[in-house]
Structure formats: structure tokens, C-alpha cells
Design a protein. Structure first.
Length: 196
């Protein structure tokens, strides 16, 4: 949990996942730009894209990788290079220690990670192979969730609801307007439990 996480734990996970992705992509992009072709495939995670309790460092790194990949796709597309990201869900040694309570909570939220929704690591390889092939040359800048026999194109960040006025909003106006407009159907991922 974030309140128990040390700065070193934060730095270590960011260094492995986010900086590790950057260092590989940086050097590959030099070669790919020179040869005017290439496929960059990064790995994000539903932990970052949807958010999982107790994984602030890992989730931050993995969501940042999705954003990084979208930017790289725009930087490299003109050179015949594609960049896409996969958020895999698979049973591995890493997932065997996940408590059943966490799996059930994720499953109830519709997020892969409940054992009934997870495939095997080998299920991810065919999609990686396809993304690396010439057959996917038109696919650039996207994030996919892959698990078992399921491949899901995830949406791009986009506006969902907007309020607008001439000039700056006041706090009083926001108190009055927000709950009846943008705030009507907001989902709280961790509401305060009822007191008994």
C-alpha cells in the first residue's frame, strides 16, 4: 500500500519497468529509424490501466508504459515503425501469491486477474508474433489486453463529459454544477465501508 511503500521500493520498480522499457526502445528506435522499419512491442498491465490496490509503483510504471508507447508510435510511424503495447493476463509464478480476496475483487470489477479469466503465458505469444509481423503494419499506437483466447483493443483516453463556461469557474459554481453534470455517475473504486 502507498502508505507503507518506501521511496526505494518506488524507485526500484519504476527503474525496472519504465526505465527498462525506455532503454530498450531508445536503442531499438535508432536502428529502426535508420532501416525505415521495425516493430516496438511494450508490456503494460491492467494493474496500471485499471488500478490495483497495493501496486502504486507497479501500476504507475505500467500505465506510463502505455502512454510512452502512444508517444513513440507518433514519433516513429513516419519511419515505417509501429509501437503497440500489450497488457497480458496470465497465470505465472508471479500470480500464484495473489490472495483469493484480491482475485475476487478484480473479477467482480470485470478486470482480468480472477483465475477463471486468466490464460497461460503461452497464450500471449501468438499476438506478440502477429504484432511483430508485416501483417500488422497498419496497427500503431494501441494498447491491447490479451488473456487466454481473448484479445481486447483498449480505448484511447478520451473526454467522457464536459462542463464549460466563459471564463474561470469559481469553487461555488463547481459545487453547484459538478454534482448534477460530470459528477452524476462517477464510480468510486474504493468507497468508505459502512459503519456497523
Amino acid at each position: 500500500m502507498i502508505f507503507n511503500m518506501s521511496e526505494q521500493e518506488w524507485d526500484d520498480v519504476i527503474a525496472v519497468h519504465l526505465k527498462g522499457t525506455f532503454t530498450v526502445v531508445k536503442h531499438a528506435s535508432i536502428v529502426f529509424r535508420q532501416q525505415r522499419s521495425g516493430r516496438i512491442i511494450t508490456f503494460s498491465s491492467t494493474s496500471g490501466l485499471y488500478g490495483n490496490s497495493g501496486q502504486a509503483n507497479y501500476g504507475a510504471a505500467k500505465d506510463a508504459i502505455a502512454g510512452f508507447t502512444r508517444v513513440v508510435s507518433r514519433d516513429m510511424g513516419r519511419y515505417g515503425v509501429t509501437a503497440n503495447s500489450i497488457a497480458p493476463s496470465a497465470s505465472t509464478r508471479m500470480t500464484t501469491g495473489v490472495p483469493d480476496e484480491s482475485r475476487n475483487l478484480r473479477s467482480a470489477r470485470g478486470i482480468s486477474g480472477g483465475s477463471e479469466l486468466m490464460g497461460e503465458a503461452e497464450d500471449i505469444a501468438p499476438f506478440v508474433t502477429w504484432l511483430a509481423s508485416d501483417e500488422s503494419a497498419h496497427v500503431n499506437g494501441h494498447v491491447f489486453h490479451v488473456t487466454g483466447g481473448l484479445v481486447t483493443l483498449l480505448n484511447e483516453p478520451e473526454p467522457v463529459s464536459t462542463i464549460n463556461k466563459d471564463g474561470r469557474w469559481t469553487v461555488e459554481e463547481l459545487i453547484r454544477v459538478f454534482p448534477a453534470t460530470i459528477g452524476v455517475e462517477l464510480y468510486n473504486p474504493a468507497p468508505v465501508p459502512p459503519t456497523v
